[in-house]
Design a protein around this ligand. Structure first.
Ligand SMILES: [Zn+2]
Ligand SMILES: [Zn+2]
Length: 274
């Protein structure tokens, strides 16, 4: 199984165009792994993209993702949906006014959420432009890849965690709204858990502490992630959805992960082979 992190950022890109903090300034100079676009994952084996942040077109171009046959969106939030216009160049021929739909695989309740939050956006693409074909399901099999869509339903709403299996290998993609982490048997013995919203030292970009921030309950500490890793006997953790306001650079995470046991931090273009 081959996966690629198309974007490892969170709500705000790095560099954030309106910010002059050291992390953004460094990213402006060095580019490459120092910059982060919105959160998304590409499953190379079946050419499937999970999530469409607003900069997904740029991410695909940077990461040489030239074909998408399947698409999924994890939940309704803007940092995962507002690039859904990518389905237009993918599945709609403007000159001939003809759609050739790509498969859109989504939890039924998430499809309803996305429509409610995006002016019936999915309906428009399926029934007017005909550039997607929606399959509402919690399970799909594509070639050798098995895909379970698990609803990590919490007070924040519906959120899809993806369990991707192939030939005895298993990856979990849980990129946003991760806490609370609802128990599911499918998570046991995964080779990798790619998970968003994990705090490192809890000091944010402006020097304030995560424990005082209004979003503190949304994030796991590293200790809590180790607990999940041990409970489910997960071999490796990759942290993604790394936000600009956490105030940490690529080099910082490279150093930090040396002291951690099979926990590392994603970057745009990271390849994961199982
Ligand atoms: Zn900044
Ligand atoms: Zn998010």
């Amino acid at each position: 199984m081959k996966l690629k992190i198309a974007g490892s950022g969170g709500m705000f890109q790095i560099p954030n165009p309106f910010c002059k903090c050291p992390v953004c300034e460094e990213a402006r100079k060095k580019r490459g792994r120092y910059q982060r676009l919105g959160p998304s994952l590409y499953i190379e084996d079946v050419k499937m993209l999970i999530d469409t942040p607003e900069d997904i077109g740029v991410a695909c171009d940077r990461q040489n993702i030239t074909e998408i046959k399947y698409l999924s969106i994890s939940h309704k939030d803007p940092d995962h949906t507002r690039g859904m216009r990518i389905v237009e160049p993918l599945g709609y021929d403007c000159i001939a006014d003809r759609g050739s739909p790509i498969q859109f695989i989504v939890l039924p309740e998430v499809a309803d959420d996305i429509n409610a939050w995006n002016g019936d956006g999915l309906h428009y693409y399926e029934d007017v432009l005909h550039c997607i074909s929606i399959q509402k399901t919690d399970y799909a099999r594509i070639g050798d890849i098995e895909l379970h869509l698990v609803n990590n339903k919490t007070h924040r709403g519906n959120m899809t965690f993806y369990v991707i299996s192939e030939k005895g290998k298993k990856a979990i993609y849980a990129c946003c709204d991760v806490k609370p982490f609802i128990h599911n048997e499918l998570y046991f013995d995964a080779d990798v858990l790619i998970i968003g919203l994990v705090s490192d030292n809890g000091i944010l970009k402006d020097g304030s502490h995560l424990k005082d921030a209004p979003f503190r309950e949304d994030m796991f500490t590293l200790d809590e992630i180790v607990e999940i890793k041990n409970k489910y006997r997960i071999k490796r953790i990759i942290v993604t959805h790394i936000d600009e306001y956490w105030g940490k650079s690529y080099a910082y995470y490279q150093e930090l992960e040396k002291s951690l046991d099979n926990i590392c931090f994603a970057y745009d273009g990271m390849e994961i082979e199982l």
